[in-house]
Design a protein around this ligand. Structure first.
Ligand code: SF4
Length: 247
């Protein structure tokens, strides 16, 4: 991105923030800066309107995902898993793809990994409904698609599947505009950062995703297999909490 583009982007972001804060106009003169405030109720109405608009957009997108047949994963799925949570979430968790339980219920992170993620969210002082949880691909990638009823039939999505599906999560991020994205696991981390590196090199620090802070960390399934990684994962969560507290 050129210096000019970056300046324009930051200026737009600043003006949007001023509007959100209730500033309608600002006049700069020799006597200083006079700001004209919008009535508080107008700001609240605007925020409510935005929240309603986000919910409607996310619902429409979820319907599109549930009917999607863009890649072969649709053939073996029981349910597509669009994602769920708050349309105003400041924090989004993005994993790699649904597993057996998620495919059954059409909801993200509901198996053992999901229970651990719920505990992590709770330890961060939030509820599951406060955040938005999604995946890079929306249908369950299976080793053997002829046996969708068997557990342990999970695999990582291929790059073709990721490329076919990535537009959906990109759109979700665009609608929600979270302050922070937490990429769970290597597939999510490498896809969203665009850096092909081991998770160990990516995690623990913020990256940039289109102006949003992105923290890669371990997938909860990896933490269940390697409980000694939980300490490092918690350090990553603490960095997220610190950043969220900086309003
Ligand atoms: S994985 Fe994504 S692109 Fe493929 S069928 Fe499911 S929703 Fe469509």
């Amino acid at each position: 991105m050129t210096y000019f583009n970056e300046t324009v982007r930051l200026t737009k972001k600043y003006i949007e923030q001023l509007k959100t804060d209730g500033i309608a106009d600002a006049v700069v003169s020799g006597k200083g800066i006079n700001v004209k405030k919008i009535k508080k109720t107008a700001v609240v109405d605007k925020l409510k309107e935005k929240s309603h608009h986000n919910t409607v957009s996310l619902t429409g997108l979820a319907e599109e995902i549930k009917n999607c047949k863009k890649c072969p994963l649709h053939k073996s799925r029981k349910n597509a898993v669009p994602g769920e949570g708050s349309s105003k979430a400041k924090l989004m968790f993005i994993g790699e793809g649904p597993g057996f339980d998620e495919d059954r219920l059409g909801r993200p992170f509901v198996g053992r990994s999901g229970q651990l993620l719920d505990k992590i969210i709770s330890a961060m002082g939030m509820k599951r409904e406060d955040v938005f949880i999604a995946n890079i691909v929306k249908c369950h990638p299976m080793i053997d698609p002829l046996h969708p009823d068997e557990r342990g039939n999970d695999r990582k999505p291929t790059s073709d599947e990721i490329n076919g599906c990535i537009g959906y999560v990109e759109k979700q991020i665009e609608i929600i505009k979270p302050k922070i994205i937490c990429a769970l696991g290597s597939v999510s981390a490498t896809t969203l950062t665009g850096i092909k590196a081991p998770l160990g090199e990516l995690r623990g620090k913020f990256h940039d995703y289109k102006g949003i802070k992105l923290m890669p960390t371990f997938h909860p399934a990896a933490l269940l297999r390697n409980p000694n990684w939980k300490k490092d994962a918690w350090e990553d969560m603490k960095k997220i909490m610190k950043e969220l507290a900086r309003e």
